[in-house]
Design a protein around this ligand. Structure first.
Ligand code: IPE
Ligand code: IPE
Ligand code: MG
Length: 250
């Protein structure tokens, strides 16, 4: 997958954080923040495509988020169902391919059915992909991949002597997807929270104080512009990558 404009990242991944604080600041229940967060998901899904991004991965529910209060977890699952029911038609109409990463087998059956239907209905679209990270954690992803890789070695399908990242990465949830070029986290937190640890090995990171429900197309464009000012060196020297190492204009 290549982008028409080289300064635009092919794959943007976002840690959507700050729904709870958004609600608290307004004296509203946390779930209201999540509801507004879903609105931002809608806006950013199409904003990313308009800006030339090829794939958008959104961290929607982490493997650790199950430990939140039961009513919040239940509310989030309800919102997800509502969102999927509503969006299926939109994705088909606007030719958005829908995919997921995470331990999907651990999601509630009703959500799983909707996820499968949405993936199936949009599987033929190639221009733009929305990828939702659900029940996702990098550590469970590695553990699952190691289990499946070991099973493939035991069955004689893989030769352990040939071990390489290229081979092993085919056992990750992200098999066949490009690595994220740009990872954005909203809400002012500057941590990765078990998200795409391996895949983000050479990603650029942008942290913004904006809370997720307030994150707009302009904020996304600003993060992409910041990405465009970075020099990705992959271990090489600035001279080797052939771009000026001068600091970006303020
Ligand atoms: C992100 O917002 C949404 C999920 C993790 C599901 P939070 O709910 O984490 O919001 P804060 O961090 O409490 O403000
Ligand atoms: C990360 O946000 C997970 C998602 C955005 C889905 P959290 O709010 O759960 O992360 P921590 O707990 O602040 O690290
Ligand atoms: Mg949070």
């Amino acid at each position: 997958m290549t982008s028409a404009r080289p300064e635009v990242p092919v794959h943007v991944a976002i840690i959507m954080d700050g729904n709870g604080r958004w609600a608290r600041r307004r004296g509203l229940p946390r779930l209201e923040g999540h509801r507004r967060g879903v609105e931002a998901v809608r806006t950013i899904t199409f904003a990313a495509r308009d800006l030339g991004v090829g794939m958008l991965t959104l961290y929607a529910f982490s493997a650790e988020n199950w430990n939140r209060p039961a009513d919040e977890v239940g509310g989030l699952m309800g919102l997800l169902e509502f969102y999927l029911r509503k969006e299926l038609e939109t994705f088909v109409r606007d030719r958005v391919r829908f995919r997921t990463i995470g331990r999907i087998e651990g999601m509630p059956p009703g959500v799983r059915r909707l996820l499968a239907a949405t993936e199936e209905a949009t599987a033929g679209f190639t221009g733009y992909t929305l990828n939702l990270a659900l029940n996702y954690g990098s550590r469970t992803e590695i553990a699952d991949a190691a289990r499946d890789y070991a099973a493939a070695v035991a069955a004689g399908r893989e030769k352990p002597d040939d071990s390489s990242w290229e081979t092993f990465s085919r056992y990750l949830y992200t098999a066949g997807m490009p690595d994220p070029d740009l990872v954005i986290r909203t809400s002012g937190e500057t941590r990765i929270s078990n998200f795409l640890l391996m895949q983000a090995a050479y990603a650029e990171f942008v942290f913004t104080p904006v809370l997720w429900p307030d994150f707009s197309k302009e904020d996304l464009a600003a993060a992409i512009a910041e990405y465009g000012r970075r020099e990705r060196r992959y271990g090489l020297t600035s001279e080797q990558v052939g771009k000026s190492a001068a600091p970006a204009a303020q």
